[in-house]
Design a protein around this ligand. Structure first.
Ligand SMILES: Cc1ncc(COP(=O)(O)O)c(C=O)c1O
Length: 407
């Protein structure tokens, strides 16, 4: 492919991202660089807390907090009543699971590429509650096979379908909307991990037909660390769903032996949350909407495609991403060199990448015969120059590092 040109908006995006000046940040799948408005909203709120008191600051910021939910809702095609702020994406996902009383013989239908923490959660439910895990097979071109999902749905009647839209360790984009249609047709609850999707591609819960969707602020959304969110559908709310650990924010203790649920998704929240980070998430959602998510989508995916092409041209590098649709995450095996060591050597040169290992995605990494991988995840504010610089540095760094990984 030809070298992606710099768009006219690039200078503005980079001016809003001071870290760009001294850093080649290609770890947006880890945590993207926050734009200035996000940093400001968090800092200003913390200043307010220290000046007038934490509880008083929250009350004084009621409208701003409501605006933050509204901005995030707009980004997801949801309504503010459907959003619950959480500590991170894993907790959000777990809260969705905590709305179900799974027991012996209940089946979770999922994929071979679901996120490690989610797989561990399914395994813990299997170990403690006798739940059965059914992993749908992949299609020959990679990614979950929708036809197999349809057949398993009819044959096994799972209690839940859980899917990770974009896995952490590869550029694969699972067919989340198609799977959502299958769940809708079968009447099976659908829990979607959209942690890596939000901010790098359009996300519309109405098209996904999901009952729950979990995400984090710090990744492609460019929000702060330590905060995530859960979308809870009206279908789930109307059915009276709530997590096992519902607290006095999600419900009111109305009588000694009774409680009344909050009418909206707040019943999935905790009483104590980091309001500064909620506001930071709102600012990140506003920023993403102003950039235009379709612009972010096209540019980040194009830069990743360019990165894949350039990585593949390095002697000894094997690009690992497989699937009919690939996103802003490019991964490569480095001829047996431990990706962690390579990542650190690149970081010493001012280039941020990351290094998923086998235990981040056991099934997928084993399928690919990779013990570790280098993950390059550009966002729209990165440039083709930065990809070129990273690829040149990688080729040099690889010369100096011994192959050790054995698959
Ligand atoms: C696909 C996916 N799901 C979930 C998570 C977990 O997010 P958090 O660390 O916010 O819980 C990650 C983190 O990398 C991820 O890549």
């Amino acid at each position: 492919m030809s070298r992606p040109p710099d768009p006219p908006a690039l200078a503005g995006w980079r001016a809003d991202t001071p870290g760009c000046e001294r850093l080649n940040h290609l770890n947006n799948a880890g945590a993207a660089l926050m734009p200035l408005p996000v940093r400001q909203s968090v800092a200003e709120y913390l200043a307010l807390e220290s000046e007038i008191g934490g509880y008083e600051a929250a009350e004084a910021s009621d409208e701003a907090l409501r605006d933050a939910y509204a901005a995030l809702a707009r980004l997801l095609g949801a309504e503010p009543r459907n959003l619950a702020m959480q500590q991170n994406s894993t907790v959000a996902f777990a809260q969705a699971f905590a709305a179900f009383d799974l027991g012996p013989g209940d089946q979770i239908l999922t994929s071979r590429a679901d996120y490690a923490s989610n797989q561990i959660m399914y395994l813990a439910l299997a170990r403690r509650r006798g739940v059965e895990i059914v992993r749908a097979p992949d299609a020959s071109e990679g990614g979950i096979d929708p036809q197999a999902v349809r057949e398993l749905m009819a044959r096994r009647r799972p209690a839940i379908l859980a899917l990770t839209w974009v896995p952490t360790n590869s550029g694969l984009v699972q067919p989340a909307e198609t799977v959502g249609e299958i769940c809708r047709d079968a009447g099976v609850p659908y829990i979607l991990d959209a942690c890596q999707a939000v901010g790098q591609m359009p996300v519309d819960v109405r098209r996904l037909h999901c009952d729950y969707l979990a995400g984090a602020s710090r990744k492609f959304l460019r929000g702060p660390r330590g905060v995530g969110f859960l979308y809870v559908s009206d279908r789930a709310l109307d059915a009276g769903a709530y997590p096992l650990t519902v607290d006095m924010h999600g419900a009111t203790w109305s009588d000694p032996d009774d409680f009344a649920l909050a009418p909206d998704a707040r019943r999935f929240e905790s009483w104590e949350i980091a309001f500064a980070l909620v506001l930071g998430t709102g600012a990140a959602a506003e920023y993403a909407l102003a950039v235009d998510i379709e612009v972010a989508h096209q540019r980040s995916w194009t830069l990743a495609r360019y990165a894949r092409e350039r990585l593949a041209a390095i002697d000894g590098v094997r690009v690992l991403d497989r699937g009919p649709v690939l996103c802003a995450i490019a991964t490569a095996e480095l001829g047996g060199r431990p990706a962690e060591a390579v990542k650190l050597a690149l970081r010493a040169r001012g280039i941020n990448t990351s290094s998923p290992a086998r235990d981040d995605a056991v099934i997928d990494m084993d399928d690919k015969g990779a013990v570790s991988a280098l993950r390059v995840s550009p966002h729209y504010y990165n440039t083709a120059d930065e990809i070129d610089a990273a690829v040149t540095a990688l080729a040099e760094v690889m010369e100096a590092i011994e192959p050790k990984d054995r698959s």
